[in-house]
Write a protein that binds this ligand. Structure first.
Ligand SMILES: C[S@@+](CC[C@H](N)C(=O)[O-])C[C@H]1O[C@@H](n2cnc3c(N)ncnc32)[C@H](O)[C@@H]1O
Length: 265
């Protein structure tokens, strides 16, 4: 992903999105309403560059997206039917970008169903290409805002894991409310995880790491396990250094990782 392609998360004047991608074509409201006082950031109202697909990517999309991908909707996903198998663990990755770590991790955890959620179609197209080229059978994709996808497409206690790797740091103070790690998101993730399920977050942004550190105990249904957690039931090694991670390392940033376990209440 080059700079011309990435979402304009540092824009001083974010425009309302010309097209409400996360709403799909059916005019459903973009934003779910939550009846608590927690913070649920959504990206649908933030302008971002859409980028274009190459001819090859368009052809791959047309041939494979109907089987391997879906758009945000109000229908719960029937995961066993979509993956064609029963009894596998299901992990949701929010903000998979170009899917570099998704595609690298999937073969190492072939027994798990991995669902990558991204709003950025060229990123999904790259992951789709890798999945098709490498015959990766345990990855599916959803195009939409992660909070909306969690809330509208997954019932409570349906996921074994949630991953958020190198979320956009939104460094300007007035944009901090857009950060995906917030009290509401943590509450929603906790509700979608099964008891014992794992949330894994990684960031290379020191100030975002501090922000997350202040929230590690905010959600009572997520027990903070720190890092590393030796007996973590979920693969935590990303297998590759993604562009974002690499960029952070080049700048001599350190990577901070966070793991939580859903309580068994
Ligand atoms: C900094 S990139 C990191 C991508 C990838 N995880 C990596 O490590 O290379 C953050 C990604 O999250 C996506 N994103 C941000 N907020 C999102 C949201 N609410 N729902 C889905 N995707 C989101 C952005 O489009 C972007 O591709």
């Amino acid at each position: 992903m080059n700079n011309a392609d990435i979402p304009e998360n540092n824009s001083a004047n974010p425009e309302p999105a010309a097209e409400n991608v996360a709403a799909g074509n059916d005019r459903r409201p973009l934003k779910s309403e939550f009846d608590d006082d927690l913070d649920y950031p959504r990206l649908g109202s933030v302008g971002f560059r859409r980028g274009t697909l190459t001819e090859n990517q368009e052809a791959t999309w047309e041939a494979n997206w109907p089987r391997l991908g879906r758009e945000l909707s109000d229908e719960f996903i029937d995961v066993p039917a979509w993956f064609g198998r029963e009894g596998s663990r299901t992990i949701l990755e929010i903000g998979s970008g170009t899917g570099t770590s998704t595609a690298a991790m999937a073969p190492v955890e072939a027994g798990n169903n991995v669902i990558a959620v991204e709003i950025y179609r060229p990123g999904l197209a790259k992951l789709l290409g890798a999945v098709v080229r490498n015959d990766i059978e345990n990855v599916r994709m959803v195009r939409g805002d992660g909070v909306e996808v969690l809330n509208r497409m997954f019932p409570e206690a349906s996921l074994d894991g949630v991953r958020i790797f190198f979320p956009d740091p939104w460094p300007k103070a007035r944009h901090h409310k857009r950060r995906i790690i917030q009290s509401g998101t943590l509450n929603l993730i906790a509700s979608r995880l099964k008891p014992g399920g794992v949330l894994h977050v990684a960031t290379d942004h020191a100030e975002y790491a501090e922000w997350i550190s202040e929230l590690v105990n905010v959600e009572p249904k997520l027990e903070y396990m720190g890092w590393p957690w030796e007996d973590c039931p979920q693969l935590t090694d990303r297998q590759v250094i993604t562009k974002f991670e690499g960029r952070g390392l080049d700048l001599d940033h350190t990577i901070t990782e966070f793991l939580w376990r859903r309580t068994s209440d």
